[in-house]
Design a binder for this molecule. Structure first.
Ligand code: FES
Length: 173
């Protein structure tokens, strides 16, 4: 398996945010902060986690690297290799599929000229299928960054992609 490397940059600001999260848990239970810490560390590193970065998180939380790998490989919200700037995560579970989610994902792939899991040559877009995102009544839906885009249609996809190209879209809350 190819190993990807990235520059690890735990700034003072990031470290104080990590410590603030750790402080929410009882003394000696810093492992409980693992999920939120992985989120902010990933956000600060182009939205993905290399093995080296996961090892750094293990060191900070004083746990073993395998404890970090177990969590990071289980949840689809953690990316273990470089990702596109705009990752369109389509729900592919029943309610969204019934409402045309798979067709919409195909439409988006065709529009961008990529297959699910691929990244456009300019590094801007990727299309990923994920399991239920808990917005079943609003399908078909997708997640982009921290935000949900609901009741999606091909026309709304066109607008969303254009907004991304114009850098006119917010990724983080
Ligand atoms: S089935 Fe799509 S959000 Fe639940």
């Amino acid at each position: 398996m190819k190993e990807y490397t990235q520059e690890i940059n735990i700034t003072d600001e990031l470290m104080s945010h990590i410590n603030e999260i750790i402080s929410h848990y009882p003394e000696g239970k810093q492992k409980s902060a693992l999920l939120p810490v992985l989120h902010i560390v990933q956000d600060a590193h182009d939205n993905w986690l290399s093995v080296g970065l996961m090892d750094k998180v293990a060191e900070i939380l004083q746990i073993t690297p395998i404890e970090v790998y177990e969590v990071a490989t289980f949840y689809s919200m953690y990316n273990l290799k470089p990702v596109s700037k705009y990752m369109l995560e389509f729900c592919r579970t029943a309610c969204c599929c019934i409402r045309g989610g798979e067709d919409l994902m195909d439409y988006t792939c065709n529009k961008l000229g990529i297959k699910p899991g691929e990244i456009t040559p300019d590094g801007m877009f990727s299309v990923v299928g994920v399991e239920c995102l808990g917005a079943c009544g609003y399908g078909p839906m997708l997640q982009l960054g921290d935000f949900y885009h609901e009741h999606m249609t091909p026309e709304k996809i066109d607008v969303l992609i254009e907004d991304c190209k114009q850098q006119n879209i917010k990724l983080h809350a």
